[in-house]
Design a protein around this ligand. Structure first.
Ligand code: UDP
Length: 235
């Protein structure tokens, strides 16, 4: 592509490159997989391609429904042109069903419905292991104002309102997911990715995991699950 510049940043699952314009970047999706704060590492063949295409589809859907995102254009199998944002260091998790850390922390039954959906904030900080935080903690650390947190929560619920039925129509239960937001020209917009790396998706027919839990828990058929999500979302 015209104008791909030097690498600006390398994360666990993506690399970020400069683009032709200073207010845009290129996200490159890798096959590298990590879990448990990078204690577990591996590769999921063609994960990058799946996550790029699934994210494209979901960002386009969200834009159609009035949610602003950083998505501009998919450039290739593994590259996406996006607006260059300043990431808010908060992982915004939305939960429709009890699973993962919520089940562990509160002793709740995995699979129980959460109605209405709940939103949690985690402070994005690898050294601290991304701790669960509340609004007061984020305000104390000058990470986000109460107004920004209110907006993050509202946007997260709106995204859930769009994505939950979209996945259900494709026979996948959207159990939970993680969003990241960024500031672009003084506006909060959805950034990062939405993919089987960042969502829990359960097959509605079998209850089987179709997401990164297969990697986290060594359940096998990881590549197959990612390809099936791609097929159902983009096919
Ligand atoms: N999640 C993520 N990145 C993280 C932590 C969580 O994408 O660093 C996603 C995860 O895939 C799941 C949701 O956020 O869909 C809730 O994760 P949870 O808090 O249950 O943590 P986990 O048990 O996955 O570590």
């Amino acid at each position: 592509m015209d104008g791909i510049g030097p690498m600006l940043y390398e994360g666990k699952a993506k690399k970020i490159f400069a683009a032709g314009r200073s207010d845009q970047v290129v996200q490159y999706f890798k096959d590298d997989a990590t879990a448990f704060n990078a204690e577990k590492r591996g590769t999921i063949v063609n994960k990058g391609v799946v996550n790029n295409k699934v994210s494209e589809r979901l960002f386009k859907l969200l834009e159609e429904r009035g949610v602003l995102t950083h998505f501009l254009e998919r450039l290739s199998d593994r590259e996406m042109l996006t607006k260059k944002v300043t990431i808010v260091p908060v992982e915004v998790v939305v939960r429709n069903v009890v699973a993962g850390s919520l089940a562990k922390r509160l002793g709740l039954q995995v699979g129980d419905a959460i109605e209405p959906a709940i939103v949690e904030f985690y402070y994005k900080n690898d050294a601290l292991g991304d701790p669960l935080v509340n609004d007061d903690h984020l305000r104390l650390m000058n990470v986000a104002t109460p107004a920004v947190l209110r907006e993050l929560r509202e946007l997260a619920h709106r995204v859930n309102t769009v994505l939950k039925p979209f996945f259900a129509e494709r026979k996948m239960q959207l159990v939970d997911f993680k969003l990241e937001f960024g500031v672009y020209h003084n506006k909060l917009i959805l950034a990062d990715e939405i993919s089987p790396d960042t969502c829990r998706l359960w097959d509605m027919a079998t209850g089987e995991s179709m997401d990164k839990d297969r990697f986290r828990k060594d359940m096998g058929k990881i590549e197959e699950a990612y390809q099936e999500v791609l097929k159902r979302v983009c096919g």
